[in-house]
Design a protein around this ligand. Sequence first.
Ligand SMILES: C[S@@+](CC[C@H](N)C(=O)[O-])C[C@H]1O[C@@H](n2cnc3c(N)ncnc32)[C@H](O)[C@@H]1O
Length: 185
Amino acid sequence: MRFQGLTFVTDPGRVFSPRLTSEHLVDAALERIAGEPARLADVGTGSGAVAITLALRAPQIEVWASDTCRRALDLASLNADRLGARVHVVQGDLLDGLPRDLDLIVANLPYLAPGTPGYEDEPAAAVFSAGDGLDHYRRLIAGAGDHLAADGAVLIQFQGKVLEAERSELPWLVGRLESLVAAAA
Ligand SMILES: C[S@@+](CC[C@H](N)C(=O)[O-])C[C@H]1O[C@@H](n2cnc3c(N)ncnc32)[C@H](O)[C@@H]1O
């Protein structure tokens, strides 16, 4: 599939296929990086589309890409090799195994309540998160402070929007997500 003008190999049904809405996450990250050196992690990288595109578009940054799914990470590594991107691929839950002085954490993690219809073609572990659907993001935000530099930030994709929070604004971000879930109910 084409993503930000690049061609990515996908594995439909086994690894989440990137959506064009994730291009907004790339644009927001590039705007935030503004051509400066940075250390960035893409958490829940799937096929690697976001991490790899950022590594290619901003070659001055160092990029980590993490996921729990081995098959996703193998695909991300394949895509990075094919496109000539340098990305550190890490298997682990959310921020496990990632550096503690990141400038930016970007994520498009599962955020649908279990059983939400319409996503039967995607792996359940890629789209559903426990309870109201916010378990992954709540845990990511709870741990983000320990992995961000003092002036670092988090950029997450949620319901087609990109939400951004400075390190000091992380509690606000949880409240924002909860209000969006409540509004959609
Ligand atoms: C909605 S998909 C998005 C994939 C990719 N970021 C994109 O936009 O195309 C969510 C991804 O998060 C991964 N994931 C699920 N639980 C995770 C966890 N606890 N830690 C890290 N990654 C996780 C899934 O395997 C899946 O690849």
